[in-house]
Design a protein around this ligand. Structure first.
Ligand SMILES: NC(=O)c1ccc[n+]([C@@H]2O[C@H](COP(=O)([O-])OP(=O)(O)OC[C@H]3O[C@@H](n4cnc5c(N)ncnc54)[C@H](O)[C@@H]3O)[C@@H](O)[C@H]2O)c1
Length: 547
């Protein structure tokens, strides 16, 4: 029976069968020989996910001073039922990732259909043709409990498998550039031995050429620029690998404007990525306790932060919103902790701040459920069976990326408490973390495992129409600062809802006039870090009593 892979929009693609592989390799050999004759370097990008798909296009778009393409890129995606669809889609010139950056579609279409410097494949044989292999497969960190990153482990399976396949196939001279965010030490202590072992099995005497350079891509409005026009850090395992990785990155990335930092060893490049993201996770987590302090003592943390940010030394202070999501910040510190013990063999606990920050960030959004429950209780409505609308499913404003978003935990916790959830997000047509919660992000990895009563959430469908979503709701949670929600008028919201409702502001979306108006309309308002709402409520209720 043939197997099929479905794209998120429902397009159906038949998985390749054994007979297809030799034909596909012949196709690649033919195109590569033509591209080589044009003097182009052959680059295989392994893993066409959020990073690899766009990195492949950036490399394929590289050109010399005369405007001639310098690279031919083969995007290599394993043909699993979950991901195979990315290959045929890319070959049509359609991005396999959704994005708010119009340049993603343009650059992929240009490279596939016009310049013809980019193709995608499912066969590992492509690796045999590569001068450079760029590794963009995932390396996850699996947590065994909610809010305790120490109880977890790096999931290196996909990466280790990829490295083995690379070692079995590449030419001994090929440069392998690992871009995956890895546990520090991986390039030298995991990748190098795996590939070297495969070389020796093949009778190859030379050592593999390995380098690391992490991605700082932000899949949002500046997706392409965040790969091409951004600062990079890199390091090779030896002088030759360093020379080659520097040359490669200079040819594909705008290093004139965004200079490259070359570090001595791959472990330093790998550590740079982990420290960079642990730092950001920490400055976000740090405000969680002050957010609670503010709520309990009549302080508006939003105004406090704005007052502090006036000082140039403190201008990177960020209000944390309902939890810290995205693919990277929740996991990267965990990879560091894990490496210290399992790659480098230390047993003591030197890490205090990084795990604490991740644990705080991972559970911050649960407090939104408390606020919703309390706001409804103040209106005499129990949370059980209340209709609750969450505005925003993604992990940050104006993007459609829902990975580990705070909103997911809000929905899960409130469902556990008996509420009926609806969700609206203009950037998210399907919320796979719910619709496919038994297999996405992978079987047994869904956050549903930390909550009870989650089965019905696989039927959760995104509301497309805000007015319809609001109709008859008991509570609205402003979870993400999407531009669509910033100017919503309280009178309109209450009218669409059909009467006074509970309002929960997770991200400082509401100014004091709006908060006041919601109270005047008979609503109850609460917000993360927004202790001053009680003062506004007292003023409004006092005034109403006087009338
Ligand atoms: N997404 C981001 O915003 C971001 C930002 C910076 C860094 N990173 C890092 O980049 C790396 C990749 O992240 P991503 O978001 O692209 O992940 P992803 O899960 O979207 O993509 C990984 C892809 O690799 C494929 N793959 C796995 N094994 C393979 C194999 N053997 N052969 C071919 N393909 C294979 C998967 O099927 C998938 O399509 C991670 O280490 C991540 O931490 C991601």
């Amino acid at each position: 029976m043939p197997e099929y892979s479905f794209s998120p929009t429902g397009a159906k693609f038949k998985l390749p069968e054994p007979d297809d592989y030799p034909k596909e390799f012949d196709r690649l050999k033919e195109v590569v020989s033509k591209q080589k004759a044009l003097g182009r370097e052959i680059v295989v990008v392994m893993g066409l996910g959020f990073v690899g798909a766009v990195m492949a296009a950036v490399v394929a778009d590289a050109q010399d001073e005369k405007g001639n393409p310098t690279k031919f890129v083969i995007g290599m995606q394993r043909p699993s039922t979950r991901s195979f669809w990315k290959t045929p889609l890319l070959n049509l010139g359609i991005p396999p990732v959704s994005s708010e950056d119009p340049e993603v579609s343009l650059i992929i279409r240009r490279c596939v259909n016009e310049k013809k410097t980019l193709t995608a494949t499912y066969t590992y044989d492509a690796l045999k043709l590569a001068d450079v292999v760029v590794v963009d497969v995932q390396c996850d960190y699996l947590k065994e409990s909610l809010g305790n990153v120490r109880q977890g482990q790096a999931d290196m399976k996909a990466l280790e498998e990829s490295l083995e396949i690379i070692g079995q196939n590449i030419s001994p001279e090929a440069l392998v550039l690992i871009e995956t965010t890895v546990a520090p030490g991986t390039t030298e202590q995991v990748a190098y031995p795996i590939i070297k072992k495969m070389f020796r099995k093949r009778g190859v005497e030379s050592d593999p050429q390995l380098a690391h350079s992490f991605e700082r891509v932000m899949p949002g409005k500046n997706y392409v620029a965040s790969i091409r026009d951004f600062w990079r850090v890199c390091s090779g395992m030896n002088e030759e690998a360093t020379r080659r990785v520097v040359k490669f990155l200079k040819e594909v990335i705008n290093t004139d404007k965004y200079p490259l930092t070359v570090l001595d060893r791959p472990i330093e490049s790998e550590t740079a990525k982990i420290v960079e993201n642990s730092f950001r996770a920490t400055i976000l987590a740090f405000l969680d306790e002050w957010s609670l302090f503010a709520e309990r003592n009549g302080v508006d943390l939003i105004k406090v932060i704005n007052a502090i940010k006036v000082r140039p030394t403190h201008n990177n202070m960020i209000f944390p919103g309902p939890g810290i999501g995205g693919y990277c910040l929740p996991k990267d510190g965990g990879l560091g902790l894990w490496a210290y013990r399992h790659i480098h063999g230390f047993e003591d606990e030197i890490f205090k701040i990084t795990p604490m920050a991740i644990d705080i960030n991972d559970t911050r959004s649960l407090h939104v459920a408390h606020l919703t429950r309390d706001a409804l209780r103040n209106m005499g409505r129990p949370i059980a069976s209340a209709e609750v609308l969450v505005l925003g499913a993604s992990y940050r404003e104006d993007v459609g990326d829902t990975r580990y978003s705070g909103s997911e935990l809000i929905v899960r916790r409130l469902t556990e408490m008996g509420a009926e959830l609806r969700v609206h997000d203009p950037y998210v047509p399907h919320w796979w973390e719910f619709e496919k919660q038994d297999e996405y992000p992978a079987s047994s990895q869904s956050l549903k495992r930390f909550f009870r009563g989650q089965e019905k959430l696989k039927d959760l469908r995104m509301e497309q129409d805000l007015a319809k979503a609001l109709k008859g709701t008991d509570a609205v949670i402003f979870a993400v600062r999407h531009k669509h929600y910033l100017n919503l008028d309280p009178d309109e919201v209450v009218k669409m809802a059909g009467g006074p409702i509970a309002i929960v502001d997770c991200f400082g979306l509401l100014d004091d006039n709006k908060i006041k108006r919601y109270f005047e309309l008979g609503c109850e308002v609460k917000g993360l870090g927004r202790g001053h709402v009680k003062r506004i409520k007292d003023q409004v209720r006092g005034k109403l009593l006087e009338v």
